[in-house]
Design a protein around this ligand. Sequence first.
Ligand code: SF4
Length: 1019
Amino acid sequence: MPAPNRSRSDRPLGARLLDALRGRPRRLVSDAGPRYASPDGHRTSFPGPSEIGLDSHPPSTRWDDWQEPAAPGTATGRRYDLVPTLCFNCESACGLLAYIDHDSGVIRKLEGNPLHPGSRGRNCAKGPATRNQITDPDRLLYPLKRSGARGAGEWTRVSWDEALDDIAGRIRKDLLQHEGRHVVYHVGRPGEDGFTSRVLQAWGIDGHNSHTNICSSNARAGYAFWSGIDRPSPDFAGADFILLLSAHLETGHYFNPHAQRIVEARARGAKVAVFDPRLSNTASGADVWLPSYPGTEAAVLLAVARHLIVSGAWDRTFVRRWWNWEAYLRAERPELEPTFEAFESVLHDLYRDYTFAFAAEESGVPQERIEELAHLVARAGTRFASYNWRSAGAGNEGGWQVARCLMLLHALTGSIGTPGGFWPNSWTKHVPAPPNPAPGPSWWQELHMPREYPLAFFEMSYLLPHLLREGRGTIDVYFTRVYNPVWTNPDGFSWLEALTDESKVGCHVALTPTWNETAWYADYVLPMGHASERHDVQSQETGRAQWIGFRQPVMRAHYERTGRAFRDTRDVNPGEVWEENEFWIELSWRIDPDGSLGIRRYFEVPADTPDGASRPETGPDAAADGAPPVAVDHQAGRSTVRKMTVDDYYGYLFDHGVPGLPEAAAREELTPLAYMRRYGAFEVTTEPSARYLEEVPEAELVDRVVRDGIVYARSGGTSYGPKADSLPDGRSPVGVDVDGRALRGWPTPSGKLEFYSTTLRDWGWPEVALPTYLKSHIHKDRLGPGEIALLPNFRLPVQIHTRSANSKWLDEIAHTNPLWIHPRRAAELGVQTGDLVRVRTHIGWFVLPAWVTEGIRPDIVACSHHFGRWRLDDAGGGNRAMSSVVGLERDGSTWRMTRKHGARPFASSDPDTRRIWWSDVGVHQNIAFEVHPDPISGQHCWHQAVVLERAQPSDRSGDIHVDTDLAHETYRTWLAKTRGAHGHSPDGTRRPRWLPRPLHPTAEAYELPMEGDRVAVDD
Ligand code: SF4
């Protein structure tokens, strides 16, 4: 739909601002020629309207020696070496430029990298605050080993060698005795695309555990059951209508790269609608605000779907070609003719009850606003973009149906793979294949993916304490990496009980740049790098394009540019801070010093290879037949190989895995690795393919046949197309037949979009196989006496989980999380802003001050999840600007946390720590939440049914009380909702092979053991 005509004064403020800026002479800081392109053609900003405001970015030709204008009163400005890297403070991976002072060698600031295709020179507040993290006086600088009881806070500084040898010895022993079944790597935020998974697969273990189930499992499940791809990637910039579930514009996933594209769309006249029960900044700026009661979003979306169907505003051809409607008719309506016309008639009936009036009644949103939403979707057609990730999905039992119902709107309007429409992330993300990948593990880690949750996305990470408590296994080496489950997960006291029980967790190794609540209960605390201190590649789905970014230790690049020698990253980072990739390579060598375990070969290169030079023999082809990448005679000595370096690894990736990069580098007489070190990012394409429409090449159609719409051939199959089994005669699926053409289709069992999920049907959930509305666990019908829904999972723009708490600039802006409560509810409770409230959950209670505001529905309350950091030691063990000192008392299963004092000024290397003026750092609400695993997706459903009380006289803000026996009972109650693989697996496997999973075990590992043969690990 074309943007509506507007008079100039009618245009949105953002558009008028852009107009004004366009007409204004621009100030050039640089004297290096053209404003947007350097003399050698390097653009310093991106074409199109977004280039406005990027004038101050130094041109890349001068990054080796950039001189700032002189400050008032000084003769000359500072001179800098500018080195690109990627921000690590959220998943967006925006580009940063480190400003390294030529004179002092100190990183003075970090600003946006204008050559980064995702962020285009812009950052949110958390990007520049990386500098705070580098200079944080409370950061970890040296390896520490526990010297007292676990959690007692007694530490001894040790060498890296000592830590490596001890950890490697434990892993080696477990590999030799138990195939490594007691080794677990538990990651919070990966911030990288594949390096660590390759390490785990090289060790041969199914040891990956993630944070996904406390974050995005519901959204992933909803998208994947439709399409086989579990993440949305909208083309906001090209959209006419944008629908956001939650405060995505200000705080959501990829919000800086997304926000700038949404702003551009609005400047063109696009409309924005926002579901949010709070009046967030995003909601306040929307054209249509939909403050639906939490968990009712799907009801509203289905009313929109009904409108599209009834009014004929749906793309009949798209639906006919791309939905698996035949499978639905065959299975559910066998009495009907298998024609599209018959399905069309059924479709009208299926959503008959989802009227606007029903949606309004269910959600509490005025009917006319839902009608307006429906008309906006209908008018936008294929230029309709949306985003749903955590919020509505992560909050609610059945929240995965929110994504499924949202996707229904795209599947009805055909706004998939279109300009301004919905794009699945695998079309807009580029992950290069690593060198010499190892095969998947041959066994299945049931502590991560228990058989009760065969459809979970992915590991049931937050249930680990309960699974350990039930005796389902033990862990001998437990890595936590950028992960703080004691604080981030629900039910943190159960985590404390597990982590302090050495019979359950043998050796806990915390890989972290900074102290956190979980690291305090570790055996080793190993200092890892921040964004400017480590290597990673990352590609994110931030728009209709593909790019790859390179995070690097900026001082290492500075040393290289200035000709200074170094051994590894420890020589260039503060203290003995290491980067993880070098750590993993070194650890792998120590686990397998003689190569006899078959691990070391994945971290070797020929001895005569210059560092960073690419070697085809280490590529994927070399490992295909199981042969080592290089000829190594392990008996005859080690002279033929040397240890792989990060330059070897990334040199290979950039030489072989990024289309167009070698050519771009060659034009500048650089190697691809040198190009990425210099510019930090590369745009692979601005015209990604809508892959489902790709024609299957004739060469792949050898001896083709079509069965149930799937095209099979004898060409070996495809990694992207239908996920059907091969035919008995050996033909493999290569695509789908659409009106007589062989197209690639979707990575689903049918090769089509699965409106009707045969997977849900076959694995025990036939009643939810279609997109439908499920009542949340906090639906008003399900609340107990006096209960009200608590929203505990909203973000603020300047904080993010554990990672940002050591950024003083951010801490000063936002440091506490009061209870959002509507004036009507506050009056009923008899509290005003600042009064303390005791919030009772099903396993305990916590105390926090009220914030009375009309910016929230009267029938819910809310509390942001960023705050309530704590430590036990007054002198350290946490960021002192952002944590309170607490006391912990335990009596059997009863835990009590009492706050001794909040943040206060202290003396340190940073004079600003004397200026801390705030004391309230919020309450750790998550620790008082029971677990709520969705029985299908496995998502922890964050919303809580709580009872509000006025605080008692002895209560202090931040006080917490929890009973972990109650927590375990609640876990068992939710576990009983599952329909496990035993009794529901249609084919004797643990999980549908086609569903995504972080590691890829062998077919043998997928075989479901006999019932009762629960864990063989500890025999
Ligand atoms: S959005 Fe902000 S925190 Fe996230 S990567 Fe970009 S600059 Fe960093």
